[in-house]
Design a protein. Structure first.
Ligand code: GLU
Length: 485
């Protein structure tokens, strides 16, 4: 077999879609595991759908995900002459024909067909009714034209799809496709086939929505007399109601997930599972990119729609966050923290250290405490704002069950002493000493301490909270609780 060459061929119509990331990833994995090449081709021949800046954004998202392409990016609109030349070759070979039909005629034809419940299809007027002379006259007069592929009648197009197995289409159901538009731009079909051929693409791996285009492409390969690549069509992405993913209902662009604080390895891991899993007998769910390159198999991609379950993504993201070294987590989470109002506009009495170095250490401690419960980078600090703001603590909330004032006072004094006497101020020693001091009366000691330190009913264990806040701030908070009594 010749060297594997695959490509990701997005149209620049917006930011990178999750489905696009999956196509890119599967292509990339397949290339890497076969020692092949992975190309990036921008299919920008539809001027109406072009969105400024989307090529750059897509590149950014791919780079963020660690999907690197070989060679330079290939941009179709820079090669219009190539497509035109090929379309004209097909005319010479009688595989394609000029069509001078005006948009109004085509529209009327379609309306009539729809009214009589026929599938809208070009009626081949220009193929059947124009002779050479008329065609030449029209060309000479610069009449606008398109070039259409002549789809043969009564043929069955059959091919083996790596994912879907045998696929069949009847040519009678296929419209004479436009190959070259009146503005001189090729259509997707022509440009896609010509480029896949000229770039020696061996495998076309793309979303299932392109399956109906494949017989047209196969006919084009035949018309040119070229060998065709292998095809693999990836299953549709569905939401948890098994409906097609919709922009209106959920985030579908990779950028959204980046901005929401998903980490690259988790998103890649998740996307790899949209249509693939390691197969029977394996319960392994965490895969690094390297492991995916080893274990992913295109033949094991399933046909059935792949369900996008955000809860699963959150879980995976949490797993990855849990396993990050704290310095790495700090680096990834800081930009999210810096967007928070409670961080950017801290209250005057906030406990954040002023010096840059101390502040960094402090935030790392917050992250150490939050790490195991964080599903998302953007959730940093959200449920523990008391690490960044001064607190209001409610006297009633300080009491554990029906504690009396003097019992509460005693409890807080006891905690204060433990903290005061602690020598090395580690998370572990604080936890241990507090538990020892509490004995079998944990609620009595730890509840008031928690509320004094956080103002909240719920928080990480008070020993951990104290560890982050530091001795001075912790004692200060306990003292201000005591003042309320
Ligand atoms: N430009 C098409 C897209 O936007 C490419 C489809 C294909 O890979 O052939 O998905």
């Amino acid at each position: 077999m010749s060297k594997v060459k695959v490509r990701f061929a997005p149209s620049p119509t917006g930011s990178l879609h999750i489905g696009g990331l999956r196509s890119a990833l599967y292509n990339y994995l397949f290339a890497k595991q076969n020692g092949g090449e992975f190309l990036l081709r921008v299919e920008d021949t539809d001027k109406n759908r072009y969105v400024e800046g989307s090529v750059e954004k897509m590149q950014e998202s791919l780079k963020w995900a660690g999907i690197e392409w070989d060679e330079n990016i290939y941009t179709q609109s820079e090669h219009l002459d190539v497509y035109k030349k090929h379309a004209e070759q097909l005319i010479k070979d009688d595989k394609a024909y000029y069509c001078f039909c005006e948009p109004e005629r085509l529209q009327k034809m379609r309306e009539d067909q729809t009214a009589t419940k026929q599938a809208p299809m070009y009626d081949q007027y220009c193929l059947k009714s124009l002779d050479k002379e008329e065609i030449n006259k029209n060309l000479k007069n610069n009449c606008p034209y398109t070039i259409r592929l002549r789809i043969p009648e009564n043929e069955t197009i059959e091919f083996d799809d790596i994912v879907r197995g045998k696929v069949k289409f009847e040519t009678n159901t296929i419209d004479d496709q436009i190959l070259l538009k009146s503005d001189g731009y090729p259509t997707y079909h022509l440009a896609n086939v010509v480029d896949d051929h000229l770039m020696n693409v061996t495998h076309v791996i793309r979303g299932e929505e392109w399956l109906p285009s494949t017989p047209k492409h196969i006919l084009l390969y035949k018309a040119f007399g070229w060998d065709r690549p292998e095809f693999a069509h990836l299953p549709l992405l569905l939401d948890t109601n098994r409906k097609k993913l919709s922009k209106r209902e959920m985030d579908v662009s990779v950028e959204d997930y980046i901005n929401k604080g998903y980490i690259k390895d988790a998103l890649i891991n998740f996307v790899a599972f949209l249509g693939w899993n390691p197969g029977k007998g394996s319960t392994k769910e965490i895969f690094s990119l390297e492991e995916l390159i080893k274990e992913f198999k295109l033949e094991n991609v399933h046909k059935g729609g792949a369900v996008f379950d955000v809860q699963k993504l959150d879980w995976l993201n949490g797993q990855y966050i849990k396993n990050l070294p704290i310095d790495e987590l700090y680096k990834l989470a800081l930009p999210f923290l810096e967007q928070k109002e409670f961080y950017e506009k801290p209250s005057p009495q906030n406990p954040l250290p002023k010096g840059e170095g101390d502040k960094k250490e402090y935030i790392k401690k917050v992250l150490t405490v939050e790490q195991d419960r964080l599903n998302n980078l953007s959730a940093i600090g959200e449920s523990n704002k008391f690490f960044f703001q001064d607190i209001k603590c409610d006297k009633k909330l300080l009491k554990w069950k029906d504690m009396k004032d003097d019992e509460l006072k005693e409890s807080l004094e006891k905690s204060k002493k433990v903290l005061n006497d602690n020598k090395n101020w580690t998370k572990e020693s604080l936890e241990k000493e507090l538990l020892e001091a509490a004995g079998d009366k944990r609620g009595e000691l730890l509840w008031p301490l928690r509320v004094a330190l956080t103002g909240e009913k719920k928080s990480p264990p008070p020993g951990e909270v104290a560890w982050v806040l530091g001795k001075d701030e912790s004692i200060k908070r306990i003292n201000s609780a005591l003042e309320k009594l």
